[in-house]
Structure formats: C-alpha cells, structure tokens
Ligand binder design. Structure first.
Ligand code: PHE
Length: 450
C-alpha cells in the first residue's frame, strides 16, 4: 500500500465515517416520508428485506474491492480485472461513479443548504431579527445560492483536512451528536397529543400499495441511496480500512446503524405530522395523501413548530441542526470519491483537489438552482433511481465474476483467518454473483414494462 494514502485509525472511526455517509437526508427525510405515503409498515417491510438481501451484499462488494485494492474506484476495478478490456470497462464504471457521486452532491448541497438556513432562521428569530429570519426561510435565489456554497465550502474544508484529520475526526464528533439529538427529539415528540395516531399510521401495513413494481423500484433506490451504494463511496471508505479488520462484521454494523436510524426517524416524523394535525396544521394534500418531501419539511414542520411557542423554536433549531449534521457527514463522503481519484490517479495534492472539485460541483448546483423546476428532480431521478442501482449492479458483477474467488477469499482471510468456514463465505460469493444482479435487473425490467 502506498504510504501516502490515508487510513482510518480505528474501527470506531471507520464505523462512524461509513455510517455517517450512510445516515443522511435519505434516512431522516426520505425514508419516513416515503413510508408514510406508500403503505406504512408494508413499505418498511419491503425496505428491510431489500436492505438486508440486496444492499448489504452490494455494500460488501464495494468494501472488499476497496480494501483489497487500497485505491479509488477507477484504479480498484482495473486492479481486479483479468483482461485489458475488462480493466477498461471497470475503469469507465469507476469514472461513472465519480460523476454520479458529484451530481448527487450538487443537488444534495442545495437541500442541505436549506436545512442550515432554517436552523439559522430559528436562531436569529429567537434573537428578534424577524427580517433576517424571513429572508432565511423564503426560497429566494440569493439565499439558495449563499447556503449551497456555504455547505459545499464546509464539506470541502473537512475533506481537505484528510481522511484521519478531516473525515474520521468530524464523523466521530458529529455522529454521536446526531444520534443523541434524534433520540431526544423522538422522546419529546412522543409526549405530545396526537403522536400515537402518527405511530399507528406509520406502523399499520397496507400491502396493496407496497407491492407494486414501481414501489419496489423506489424502495430499491431508497435502500441504495441510504447505504451510499453504487457511486464508489463505500469502496473508497473500504480502501482506508486496515487489513486486519473483519469486513463482513464492519459492513453489518454499518447496515444496522443505517437501517435503525431510518426506522427511528419514522418515529419522529410521523408522530410529528399528527401532532401538527392536532394543532390545526394541514397535513394532507389535495388528493388525500399525506404531504411529503419538501412541503413536509419546510412547511408542515415549521407550521407545527410555530404552534409550540418558544419550545417550538428550540425544537426547530434542534431539528434542522440534526438535518444539517446528517447531511454534512454524507456530503464529505461524496466529495471524497473524486478527491481520492484526483490525488491518487492524477497526482493532484489534496489541498488543491478538494477545493477545485468543490468549485465544479458548486457550478453544477448553480445551474440546478437557476433552472430548478426542470433540473432538480431530473438529476435526482437520473442519479438515484437509475445510476446508483445500475452501478451497484456493475460492482456486484466485478466482485462476483471478474475477480477471482481465491483473491476474494484471501482478502477476507486478512481480517478473519477462518473466513473460509464462515457463514458469510458460504452465502455471499454466489449471492453477489447471481442473486444480486438478477434481482436488480428484474426490478428494473418490471418497472420499465409496467
Ligand atoms: N446515504 C446518504 C443519505 O442517506 C446519501 C449518499 C448517497 C451519500 C450516495 C453518499 C453517496 O442521505
């Protein structure tokens, strides 16, 4: 391994960084609102099944390839290929990963900027600066640009500091704060009137909705997005793991943390919506379904907080602070994919690579902000619904078919000398070869034909 490469200094550091990447807006915002609108516990069930049976094996494919190659996705897929043609296809797949990760960051930073602005709005509102507070919550062009740039700059600052000093250090600090904040908010919301009705709706399964092909494709996209798969993020983080770590175990812990936080977030958002209803806030759209996505976060919840007086202001600050942290630990992992490539394969110094790539991403965000109604949802659909599962599919093919089985086993043995006899080795190799690619393709085929 090249001595100049970064490395996570501890197991805890890796778990915080990788679960920091996984836990983000997708968990706290995306998952509960999708579950709410798509059959509650039935969506949860489909999601759990997909997360354990598809996302976990795909996560392992990325972690193992990354740790073996100790390099970025482009070089790593090249390294495990046996022929020049496969090496080139692999490198192209790795490149596509960089592009998709950067595109995801370009829209993610916009939304994250909204979160930071809303957090500040409550703070300055508390201090009586009404006008500033209004500017911060109105979706004006200026505010959107300023906060997107601010968020990207923050992300670049952490990534510039390096794997250990930046990513690991900040994930170790921010993730525990995130978990505690989430638990405190849940505990508080559950004491309010109307909360139990929200829980009932969240946990009541309606299978008629959750089994449609389109919905399964959505749940697949949600699971891949939530575990940061298919863009090389986990591959890069895996490449910074020490050789003597037991990867299947680490991957399992990260998956569990990610899923638990998504499910827990449902215990916050759904009760909060019904508390809002109790307080006279409209939570159903014109078609009778629950309001979701941006209207939920930036209209319904603020209206709820407004009905709660000074406590509401504190809750609002805490909530948007939680969202901002969740977004930041994810965004650094998106930027790191391209930075790892630029530093290793192109010889650019980290202190230049991170800010330069960040500027490129900021330019893409600017375009999206200027043509928001067309570009925003298009970029999201393209990257998360299609790009991520399809690239995840390629990573599975490379781990299952292109890389020699012996190589994979040797890699696993480094962290667990008895790997050959483990349950993981009995199931995962054929699983990632056959089951994962087949299911991903079937879900795609069904959704396109439906
Ligand atoms: N997993 C992150 C979330 O849930 C999003 C993400 C996607 C992060 C892809 C990195 C790469 O918000």
């Amino acid at each position: 391994m090249a001595s100049t490469r970064g490395e996570f200094s501890s197991r805890f550091g890796f778990i915080m960084a990788a679960s920091g990447s996984a836990v983000g807006l997708g968990n706290i915002w995306g998952f509960p609102t999708q579950a709410a609108g798509n059959g509650g516990a039935a969506f949860l069930a489909v999601y759990l099944v997909l997360a354990f049976t598809l996302a976990y094996p795909a996560l392992m494919a990325e972690l193992i390839i990354g740790r073996h190659a100790h390099s970025n996705p482009v070089q790593a897929l090249r390294a495990i290929s046996r022929t020049p043609l496969l090496a080139n296809i692999g490198a192209a797949g790795g490149m596509a990963g960089l592009v998709i990760a950067s595109l995801i960051l370009s829209f993610y930073a916009i939304v994250a900027g909204w979160m930071v602005a809303f957090c500040l709005a409550s703070l300055v509102g508390l201090m009586g600066a009404e006008e500033a507070s209004q500017w911060l919550t109105a979706f004006g062009l200026g505010r959107n640009l300023v906060f997107t740039y601010l968020f990207i700059a923050l992300t670049a600052l952490i990534v510039t500091a390096g794997v250990k000093q930046g990513i690991e250090r900040w994930s170790e600090r921010l993730m525990p704060i995130l978990i505690i904040t989430l638990l405190v908010l849940i505990a508080y919301v559950l004491t309010l009137e109307g909360a139990t009705e929200g829980l009932r709706v969240y946990l009541l399964p309606d299978f008629s909705r959750s089994l449609s092909p389109d919905l399964i494709l959505r749940a697949l996209g949600a699971a891949f997005f939530s575990l940061s798969l298919g863009v090389g993020t986990m591959l890069v983080y895996g490449s910074y793991v020490k050789d003597d770590e037991n990867l299947p175990l680490l991957g399992g812990v990260v998956t569990l943390i990610d899923i638990s936080i998504a499910v827990l977030a449902g215990f916050l958002i759904m009760p909060a919506m019904y508390v809002a209803l109790q307080n006279g806030v409209e939570i159903f759209g014109e078609d009778g379904t629950l309001i979701s996505e941006d209207t939920l976060i930036f209209t319904v919840l603020p209206e709820l907080f407004a009905t709660m007086g000074t406590t509401g202001v504190i809750v609002s600050i805490t909530f948007f602070f939680l969202m901002s942290i969740a977004a930041l630990t994810s965004s650094i992992s998106m930027l790191e994919v391209s930075v790892a490539y630029a530093t290793e394969s192109r010889g650019v110094k980290r202190r230049w690579a991170a800010p330069l790539i960040a500027c490129g991403i900021a330019a893409a965000s600017t375009l999206i902000i200027f043509d928001f109604s067309n570009l925003f949802s298009m970029v999201i659909t393209l990257t998360t619904r299609y790009g991520q599962p399809l690239l995840g599919f390629i990573f599975c093919l490379y781990a299952g078919w292109i890389w020699q089985r012996d190589g994979v086993l040797q890699e696993l043995r480094k962290g667990n000398p008895d790997a050959e006899h483990s349950l993981f080795w009995k199931i995962w190799p054929w699983y990632v070869r056959l089951v994962c690619p087949t299911i991903i393709l079937c879900i795609f085929a069904q959704a396109t034909l439906a």
